[in-house]
Design a protein around this ligand. Structure first.
Ligand code: AHR
Length: 535
């Protein structure tokens, strides 16, 4: 282990000292976080706090939609689940898949329920009853106050079906599918702005999998028809799934970006991490790989934008439209059927989620969308059984970010000790990494009309890190609210009858126009501090 940065330990404080109670952990480090409100990265897009609802396991059926359950309303919506969903302030929700979408015909899921055909669902080996579809999802989206983001089927589906879905959803009146929506009881169009062109089309597991050139051709033509139907929609290209064995994800991204640079508005990337070797330090560093891939794809986008013909449209942005931890429920029997992917999360998983979110904020100039996969039961922050619901550990960091971290992302200077990981498996397949100089503190900061929000992971498993937080421009002033996600140990999990890992609001601190203060970040924690910087 070593620490980085010149002058470490020599910094002289002129500060108001703020201490937290050090609950039994040792304090062996000093660190600095320097905040300069002039060092702007970009605006945080609220759509980085998105989520995902797929027809998979019990995400829809037995999750958000559970007709006949006493906890559901007359429309079959589980009210306890909806309450938990609302706590996440979900800006944008992707629907209806995922791998599911590559065998989905949207027409099966609209119209009178007793006329909807049940289908074999081949991605996750279920019977799809089609009792929940486009209009039910749109009703739900309104209730959870989220923007819808639809994915079209470019696997078994045709470009015509994709066009017709846009017509059904977004055209006010006139053509057949717009009139059909009206007949189904929805006189006003749904006006769905975000549409992705297929899902993980680079994966051999994807029904209708294509190579990058063939995918780009199909996506271009589908996008053309969809845009002719509604010119205001935004299109998202399927980028690398990031878990093809022995595969360089950037080859796919390079082709897709080059072929679709004039057509799409985002490139979608996916990442699932796992603690395969049960090595805490390797695992909690892993979101740095997402950050590195973000920077590589940003470079590719920059190169393509030099050649692009996009008129006055924005450049292409990155959508991490599936991210999470998923490695326990990966066996054949836990990947299929009605109880698929019911991963249970612990504290180290929550720290990895905070790591993803810090990385999105730190790359706010290019990451303009992100979707945790998924919302309920299926690799999810909310877990429901027939008689109740509990919040998993990963709920808490997402809740803090989605309710607080907005404004301009700042490029902060962090000086703390670091460690090197071993060679480790990132997610599925042969994806491996080794990272040097992982800082024990992982930090992101936003600034919004005088309000500063500081998100800090202390990755150290055993030590509190005493940290001087310094403002380069302006003074910290007034009450700082402090929220901490932590638990008794890194393997602590929540369940229906115990919430071992959660957010605790710590005693707030009062600062009177100081350019620095000291905070003790406890081991294996995520802390959010929120206060003001004044002139
Ligand atoms: O989120 C679960 C699955 O992971 C999605 O269906 C797919 O896109 C990805 O492989």
């Amino acid at each position: 282990m070593k620490h980085s940065g010149p002058g470490f330990g020599k910094f002289i404080l002129a500060v108001a000292i703020v201490s937290t109670v050090l609950s039994g952990s040792s304090v062996a480090q000093n660190a600095r976080i320097k905040i300069d409100v002039d060092r702007e990265i970009g605006e945080v897009d609220k759509n980085i706090y998105g989520n995902f609802v797929e027809h998979l396991g019990r995400c829809v059926y037995g999750g958000i939609y559970d007709p006949g359950n006493p906890l559901s309303d007359e429309n079959g919506i589980r009210l306890d689940v909806l309450e938990a969903v609302k706590g996440l302030n979900v800006s944008l929700t992707r629907y209806p898949g995922g791998n599911f979408v590559s065998n989905y015909n949207w027409k099966d899921g609209v119209g009178p329920k007793d006329e909807r055909p049940p289908r074999m669902e081949l991605a996750w080996a279920r019977l799809e009853t089609n009792q929940f579809g486009t209009n039910e999802f749109m009703d739900y989206a309104k209730r959870m106050n989220t923007e819808p983001y639809f994915a079209v089927n470019l696997g078994t589906g045709t470009i015509k079906e994709a066009q017709e879905w846009v017509e059904y959803c977004n055209v006010k009146e006139g053509p057949y599918y717009a009139e059909l929506r009206k007949k189904h009881g929805y006189p006003e169009p749904h006006n769905i702005k975000y549409w992705s062109l297929g899902n993980e089309m680079d994966g051999f597991w994807q029904m209708g999998h294509l190579n990058a050139e063939d995918y780009s051709k199909k996506a271009r033509e589908a996008g053309k028809l969809m845009k002719l139907t509604d010119p205001d929609i935004k299109l998202i290209a399927a980028g690398a799934s990031n878990f093809r064995p022995n595969n360089d994800p950037h080859e796919w991204n390079a082709t897709v970006l080059s072929e679709l640079r004039d057509v799409v508005d985002y490139i979608a990337l996916h990442m699932y991490l796992g603690n395969h070797q049960d090595n805490y330090y390797n695992f909690v560093s892993a979101p740095l790989v997402l950050e590195e891939r973000t920077k590589v794809v940003k470079g590719m986008i920059d190169r393509e934008m030099e050649k692009a013909d996009r008129g006055d449209r924005d450049p292409i942005y990155i959508a991490w439209d599936e991210y999470n931890i998923w490695y326990r429920w990966r066996a054949k029997e836990t990947m299929t059927g009605t109880r698929a992917l019911e991963e249970r999360y612990n504290l180290e998983d929550a720290l990895v989620i905070a790591g993803f979110l810090n990385a999105f904020v730190r790359n706010a100039d290019i990451v303009k969308m992100a979707n945790m996969a998924q919302l309920v039961n299926v690799i999810a922050p909310i877990f429901a059984e027939e008689d109740g619901v509990f919040l998993q550990t990963i709920y808490y960091p997402l809740q803090l970010f989605a309710n607080n971290m907005f404004g301009t992302s700042l490029d902060v200077f962090v000086d703390c000790e670091t460690y090197n990981t071993g060679h480790f498996q990132l997610g599925l397949a042969e994806q491996v990494a080794q990272i040097d100089d992982v800082p024990y503190l992982d930090v992101s900061v936003t600034y919004n009309n005088g309000e500063v929000v500081i998100g800090v992971i202390n990755r150290h498993r055993d030590e509190t890190i005493t940290t001087d937080i310094i403002s380069q421009e302006g003074l910290f002033d007034g009450e700082f609210e402090i929220f901490e996600v932590n638990g008794p140990d890194i393997k602590a999990e929540n369940d229906f009858d115990q919430t071992k890992v959660k957010t605790v609001q710590k005693e707030s601190v009062n600062i009177k126009k100081e350019d620095a203060f000291t905070y003790n970040f406890p081991p294996h924690s995520f802390t959010m501090l929120k206060g003001k910087i004044v002139e």
